[in-house]
Structure formats: structure tokens, C-alpha cells
Design a protein around this ligand. Structure first.
Ligand SMILES: NC(=O)c1ccc[n+]([C@@H]2O[C@H](COP(=O)([O-])OP(=O)(O)OC[C@H]3O[C@@H](n4cnc5c(N)ncnc54)[C@H](OP(=O)(O)O)[C@@H]3O)[C@@H](O)[C@H]2O)c1
Length: 278
């Protein structure tokens, strides 16, 4: 692999590592020679996930942390860095989905999604940056979404958190560029993971299933690590047609405007019929 040098021997923490993108990124990091702390909130789930990667021996390690709890994130990151002697990379990946109708979303729904998707990243960055600044090196990779670049209707809650992740990551990328620190924001489109099978606070609209056009998660992980190694700031997965759509949205392309309006109409009609999730 051409970029193995970027990962070989690196101390990495991946949150949400027991499932989906986090698990696939952990596996790909191990394949490329890194030492990986797989972080999750459930000791059983994270132990099971680490067990599946036991072929990588003592390069697979585990951390228990609920990313919505600042003390747990702080303790987990500081503990891993102290044990390993440094922290090269942090993947703030844990998160939840959220396609909800504004009218039925409660303020609790807003709080839950902001805690899991945005405060988690703030806590992670807050804990890792001082360690990396002291070292004079490090790379933080936050998972946003294409919904943090394009405002998909009926995703106001989710989009709020993911735009936040994009903004904070991009600002810090420039702010710390001369301090040896790197920042990337991963913006996935539909990737085939269990996220599609989960309800938000018990709210599910219609069938929960992975969309037919979802991109394979192992290919997503490989692409993410290729682009991270190139120090790319915004990493869109898969790159096309999503990069073109993003450019179109930013430039006010009437076709993209029409597409978003049509999506809003289709989704509202589906909700009104009583069935719609993603
Ligand atoms: N898949 C997609 O199409 C897609 C698209 C855009 C963005 N994303 C983003 O990609 C990231 C990974 O999602 P995924 O698709 O891999 O979903 P996933 O398979 O559902 O994995 C989500 C992971 O986050 C963990 N998590 C959730 N809440 C947590 C908490 N409070 N503390 C610690 N861990 C927590 C989950 O742990 P548990 O198993 O314990 O719940 C799980 O390990 C998320 O940030 C998501 O928003 C995904």
C-alpha cells in the first residue's frame, strides 16, 4: 500500500469503533500498520469487535467511553496517550443519523443528536489538541457528512450537527497548520452500515434498511485513509457524484436547487402517508 508509511506504528484512537465506518477504519488502520485503540461505549460490543481483529495481536487495544460524557472522553484520550507515550491520530467518528420531520422532532431529539454528533467532537478535539501541540504533531479526523455540506430537507437536526463538524474542523485546519497539526473532515454519503437500521429515540418512520445505492463500507474506509494520508481537508465519500452536487449547491446551480426542493416534496408526501425514514 502506497501510504503505509503514514500509518505504520502510529497510535490511533477511533470512536464508534464497534460498528460500521469506525470498525472498517480500525481494520484498515491495522492493515496499514497502526496501533489502534478501538473506543466504544459498550464494553461487550467493543470487546467483541476487538476480538474479531485479534489477528493483529497487541496492536489492537480497547477504550470504553461514552462520547457524550466529557470526563469519559478526556480520561480515555489522556489515558491512551499516557499508556502509548503519544497520540498520533484521533478519529472522532461515533455518531447517529437523523432524518426527522421538524414538526414532530422534540427539543429532546435536538439535544440528543447535538450531544452525540457535535459535543462528542468538541470533547475529543479539546482533549487531543493539547497533547498533539505538546508533541508538535498529530492528525484529527472528524466524521461529518455530505449533509454537513448540502442541506438535505428533513435533516435539519442532523445537518446542524454535521455543518458544525465541518466548520470546526476546517477552522482548526488553518489555525494549527503551522503547529504541525492536521485536520480532516470525512463527509460520507450513503455508506452501507447499521446506521440505517437504527431509530432515533425510538422514532422510526417506515422501513429501516440500508439504501440500495449505499457505498461498501470497506471501500469507504480505504478511500478515507488514502485521502487522510494526503492531508486532504474535506474528504467526500464516495467522491462522485457528491463533490459535483456540493459544488452545484454552493454555486446556486438551479438543477441542484430543484433536486432539493423535489426531495423536500417527496419526503413530506411520504411522511404524510405515514412512512419515511431515510
Ligand atoms: N453510514 C452512512 O451512510 C453515513 C453517512 C454520513 C455520515 N455518517 C457518519 O459516520 C459516523 C459513523 O456512522 P456509521 O454509519 O458507521 O454508523 P453505525 O454503524 O451506527 O456506528 C455508529 C457508532 O457510533 C457509536 N455511538 C453512538 N452513540 C455513541 C455514544 N454516545 N458514545 C460512544 N459511541 C457511540 C455506536 O455505538 P453503539 O453500537 O454502542 O451504539 C457505533 O459504534 C457517524 O458519525 C455518522 O453520522 C454515516
Amino acid at each position: 500500500m502506497s501510504d503505509s508509511g503514514y500509518y505504520k506504528g502510529n497510535i490511533c484512537i477511533v470512536t464508534g469503533a464497534n460498528s460500521g465506518i469506525g470498525y472498517a477504519v480500525s481494520e484498515e488502520l491495522l492493515r496499514r500498520g497502526a496501533i489502534v485503540y478501538m473506543a466504544g461505549r459498550s464494553p461487550e460490543k467493543i470487546a467483541r469487535a476487538a476480538d474479531q481483529l485479534s489477528a493483529y495481536g497487541d496492536r489492537v487495544r480497547t477504550l470504553i467511553m461514552d462520547v457524550t460524557k466529557q470526563e469519559e472522553v478526556e480520561k480515555g484520550i489522556a489515558g491512551a496517550a499516557a499508556e502509548a507515550g503519544r497520540l498520533d491520530m484521533l478519529f472522532n467518528n461515533a455518531g447517529v443519523g437523523g432524518t426527522l420531520q421538524f414538526e414532530t422532532a422534540t427539543l429532546e431529539d435536538w439535544k440528543t443528536i447535538i450531544d452525540v454528533n457535535l459535543w462528542s467532537v468538541i470533547y475529543g478535539v479539546h482533549a487531543a489538541v493539547p497533547i498533539m501541540l505538546k508533541q508538535g504533531s498529530g492528525h484529527i479526523v472528524n466524521t461529518g457528512s455530505v449533509a454537513g455540506l448540502i442541506p438535505f430537507p428533513f435533516q435539519a437536526l442532523y445537518s446542524l450537527t454535521k455543518y458544525g463538524v465541518t466548520g470546526l474542523t476546517e477552522c482548526l485546519k488553518y489555525e494549527f497548520a503551522d503547529k504541525g497539526l492536521h485536520f480532516s473532515v470525512v463527509c460520507p454519503a450513503n455508506i452501507a452500515t447499521p446506521i440505517f437500521n437504527k431509530a432515533i429515540d425510538g422514532k422510526a418512520y417506515g422501513e429501516l434498511r440500508i439504501p440500495d445505492d449505499a457505498y461498501p463500507v470497506d471501500k469507504a474506509a480505504a478511500l478515507i485513509l488514502d485521502r487522510v494520508a494526503e492531508h486532504k481537508g474535506i474528504i467526500i465519500v464516495p467522491e462522485e457524484p457528491n463533490t459535483e452536487a456540493w459544488r452545484g449547491y454552493v454555486c446556486g446551480d438551479p438543477e441542484v436547487e430543484e433536486l432539493l426542493l423535489q426531495m423536500a416534496r417527496d419526503r413530506r408526501a411520504a411522511y404524510e402517508k405515514g412512512g419515511m425514514y431515510f
